[in-house]
Design a protein around this ligand. Structure first.
Ligand code: ASP
Length: 422
């Protein structure tokens, strides 16, 4: 059975068990489910544990390799600029969508009260926010879970590595590439626990907070889907129409195999071979452009994930009663952008890095508890956001190819198949 099928079964069974305990006030079942919640929270701790090595290693390798990308000149600049701008736009879309739909408000009693006094979460002042950007001690930042500090340090360190000669830089990069790969393996192991962990997390939350919590989660999923649709039709629609001269719907039909593959694997990396083939065969893009843009996109361009992270963070803050002033929203957009551009194209990596987004937004020790709230529905949303991630790569490769003077094949599929010339 596929992992996502197992997770869906875990989700449905957990919701049913929780509802049963809550609706029939079955004390023994409630106690059992509350006990099982420990297992769910262990799962969250397992993925939280890997964040610092993962973030540090992937950022150092990514930033250091930018030195080479710069040498690739125009295409490199266009590609990175496209990734950055569309990721910021996607992360920004998530904020008003969550603020308007308010999926986390009105869930009644607040889950995870055992994590501490919610009132202790301070609103950062502007001066605090500026000062906290640069850590005075990177090891201290890592030890205290100050992810923003870790990120800033690793960006500076990675940039410094990028200017060293190959014989000095190589061994350090190879070390961090190994750390990155091992972190991925840990995430893979953690995901194997996901079906049972999802059962425990959902069952305990629903048992405690009833059907209202399920409704809130469903609303959260709807908010993410609406945001993703706005991004696909709005942001990418505009790029396709005005920068690629293509009809967005015809384009999406032409590349449909790519998001379908991503939907079923929840992995941008696993979709890469299909993306490459589709770009070259179905869009007529040169190997030079596709071979550069798409592998980079599979690791750096995750706009669907960025949007998901801001909606999830807003939802969690609504549930936990944490206020969201403008300064925190801006931090969310920044954090979602950085984490989306640095997390791997594998299933579940977006969920792992919500911890990072929440911590950068100043939620401190509440972050792991926040992730527990959304972990149950993560896989379904992972399938959807990954489909958007890879569609974004196809739009980017089309934009870069077109701007380099290549002619795109954008006729409707049926017309080409039946041999009708446009
Ligand atoms: N699974 C996503 C991808 O591979 C990343 C994520 O979890 O957000 O693109």
């Amino acid at each position: 059975m596929k992992l996502h099928t197992k997770i869906l079964i875990g989700l449905a069974a957990g919701a049913a068990a929780g509802l049963l305990a809550n609706a029939l006030a079955l004390d023994w079942l409630l106690k059992t489910l509350t006990f099982l919640d420990v297992y769910g929270r262990l799962f969250i701790r397992l993925i939280t544990m890997i964040i610092i090595p993962l973030v540090a290693a992937s950022l150092i390798c990514g930033v250091a390799s930018l030195g080479d990308i710069r040498k690739l000149g125009r295409i490199g600049g266009k590609t990175l600029g496209f990734f950055l701008i569309t990721t910021v736009v996607a992360a920004s879309i998530g904020i008003p969508v969550a603020a308007l739909l308010k999926p986390g408000i009105g869930l009644g009693e607040r889950p995870n009260v055992q994590t501490g006094n919610i009132g202790e979460v301070k609103n950062p002042t502007v001066a605090d926010s500026i000062l906290s950007i640069v850590p005075s001690n990177p090891v201290g930042a890592a030890a205290s879970g100050d992810l923003l500090g870790v990120i800033v340090f690793t960006i500076v360190f990675g940039a410094a590595l990028g200017v060293l000669p190959e014989d000095r830089r190589g061994p350090v990069l190879r070390f961090f590439a190994g750390v990155n790969d091992a972190s991925m393996v840990v995430i893979g192991w953690a995901m194997k626990l996901a079906p049972t962990a999802v059962f425990c997390l959902i069952a305990a939350a629903v048992a405690k907070f009833g059907v209202g919590f399920l409704r809130g989660l469903a609303m959260f999923c709807v908010a993410v889907l609406i945001g993703l649709a706005i991004h696909l039709i709005g942001t990418y629609g505009i790029v396709l129409r005005f920068l690629c001269g293509a009809n967005p719907f015809t384009f999406y039909r032409r590349v449909a195999e790519v998001p379908l593959m991503a939907f079923s694997t929840s992995s941008s990396s696993a979709t890469l071979p299909v993306s490459l083939e589709t770009a070259e065969k179905d869009l007529g893009i040169s190997q030079a452009v596709a071979g550069f843009v798409l592998p980079l996109g599979a690791t750096m361009n995750k706009t669907g994930s960025a949007l998901y992270k801001t909606v999830a963070a807003m939802f969690i803050m609504q549930v936990l009663g944490v206020p969201a002033p403008l300064s925190r929203k801006l931090m969310l957009i920044f954090a979602a952008t950085v984490s989306a551009m640095t997390t791997a194209g594998v299933p579940g990596s977006g969920m792992v890095s919500i911890v990072l987004v929440l911590q950068i937004a100043g939620l401190g020790y509440l972050a792991p508890a926040g992730v527990a709230l959304v972990a149950g529905v993560d896989r379904i949303l992972d399938m959807c956001r990954t489909a958007v991630n890879v569609t974004g790569n196809m739009v980017c490769v089309a934009y870069v190819a077109r701007s380099e003077g290549e002619k795109l094949e954008t006729r409707p599929v049926e017309r080409v198949r039946s041999g009708v010339a446009s």
